[in-house]
Design a protein around this ligand. Structure first.
Ligand SMILES: *Cc1c(COP(=O)(O)O)cnc(C)c1O
Length: 436
């Protein structure tokens, strides 16, 4: 029987000491990234112009556990361990006998899980003597997380923000500015690829693929600069595994030794990988049988409708080719509110796990996502990020499908806070939100 607790917070000394690398436990190895020009498997030297060696080593590592540097754990203490809640009032609102738990990453300084990776990324760049970080951001969460982390380690942050978000979410650029970062709308006039894209597509709303091309171009040309990616790559998913490790511990405190379902939203795959990989480890070891579901937006359904093949991570074909579920590097999703989910591909590690059957996926339209988000807000008092609403919608479907009297344990990854997404909620409540 579970305890009657509402939340489990753990103490600071229970912050994980290591990141978990799922590659060590995968029965078949994931396909390696390929050089964009030669098509040969990528070497560490190929990545050196873009990333510091500490991160390149993590990208290729097959070690199961990688120690979290003391300086990073120190910063993690600002918001970790993040709370795991029992969603008692959501259960009541749904009239379900399922037990629903949610891991809330929205209490981090920047309001999402992204700081779990931006802080170590800035740290390893500082260690390597870099002074400037370039990056892309969709809705602005990653840009804000990187600006915050860059400031901590005394680095400069130059951020290309997808134009539709830059214009639709002015508070995010303000947030980046408060943390000391500078955001420009992408495609911009500042890069050769940006100028070319603007000429070709004068009305473009931008995309993550375009913004990545711009940030990579600038980092490749400046020896003091590194490129930082907020999702997709192995080292980013690695950093996020603090989420799943804590969740497993917290479920024990709730006296729930086993979970039955796990739902997380999936854009590039980092919060999903972060919460799910420690559970996949438990599944592979035969200790749990958790059904894991990636919840993607119907506007960018890379897992449910994409092809599993090598593709570029960006629009211009400057990044390595990654084996992943992709809608094509030139795919520009409809401008839905979950900007962080508008990506044409999916992390190679998540793609591999999906291909091997370790997780499944569903696509959710934004009205269903916001309907679930409003229900959750009214029950739990937390307004979730637009992206997180997709995970909640997946869990709500599961709870509604639960026969009365059955008590499956459903865990939701709530990746962020929706305080800066309120205009999207207003649009939903007014009935004007397009159902894409
Ligand atoms: C960026 C973001 C996402 C999507 O990115 P993933 O790499 O798929 O996790 C989801 N939720 C929030 C709150 C985000 O900021």
């Amino acid at each position: 029987m579970p305890t009657d607790l509402y939340k489990v917070t753990l103490s600071e000394d229970q912050i994980p000491t290591h990141w978990y690398n799922i590659v060590a436990d995968l029965p078949t190895p994931p396909a390696p990234p390929l050089h964009p020009a030669t098509g040969e498997p990528l070497t560490p030297a190929d990545l050196a112009p873009l990333f510091p060696m500490g991160l390149i080593e993590q990208e290729a590592s097959t070690e199961r556990w990688i120690e979290i540097p003391a300086a990073v754990r120190e910063i993690y203490r600002l918001w970790r361990p993040s709370p795991l809640y029992r969603a008692r009032r959501l259960e009541q609102a749904l009239g379900t006998t399922a037990r629903i738990y949610y891991k809330y990453e929205g209490a981090s300084p920047v309001g999402s899980h992204k700081a779990n990776s931006s802080v170590p990324q800035a740290y390893y760049n500082k260690l390597a003597g870099r002074t400037r970080l370039t990056t892309e951001t969709g809705a602005g969460q990653w840009g804000a997380a990187l600006a915050f982390a860059a400031e901590i380690f005394g680095l400069e942050a130059a951020i290309w923000q997808v134009r539709s978000s830059f214009e639709g979410k002015p508070y995010r650029s303000a947030q980046m500015a408060v943390f000391g970062g500078k955001a420009v709308a992408s495609p911009s006039e500042l890069t050769a690829i940006g100028r070319k894209l603007r000429e070709q597509f004068p009305d473009t709303t931008g995309s993550l693929g375009m913004a990545i091309s711009e940030a990579v171009e600038v980092a490749a040309q400046d020896p003091n600069a590194s490129y930082s990616l907020g999702s997709v790559l192995n080292h980013v998913l690695l950093h996020q595994t603090v989420i799943g490790q804590e969740t497993l511990k917290q479920l024990e405190v709730f006296e729930e030794p086993r979970a039955d379902y796990l739902f997380a939203c999936a854009g590039g795959g980092s919060n999903l990988g972060g919460i799910a990989f420690p559970f996949i480890r438990e599944n592979l070891a035969g200790r749990q049988q958790v059904k894991i579901t990636a919840c993607e937006p119907a506007a960018a359904p890379s897992l449910t409708q994409g092809e599993f093949r090598y593709d570029f991570g960006d629009t211009a074909g400057m990044t390595p080719k990654l084996k992943m579920y992709t809608l094509g590097a030139d795919f520009v999703p409809d401008p839905v509110h979950a900007g962080g989910l508008r990506y044409h591909g999916m992390a190679p590690l998540v793609s591999h796990c999906y291909h091997e059957g370790y997780l499944s996926a569903i696509a959710i339209k934004q009205r269903e996502a916001f309907e679930a988000g409003v229900l959750f807000s009214r029950a739990e008092g937390i307004i979730p990020a637009s992206e997180s609403n997709h995970a909640i919608a997946g869990a709500v479907r599961q709870a509604k499908a639960t026969p009365a009297g059955e008590t499956p344990v459903i865990v939701i990854g709530v990746s962020g806070s929706g305080q800066l997404d309120l205009p999207a909620y207003t649009e939903y409540l007014s009935g004007e939100m397009p159902n894409t």
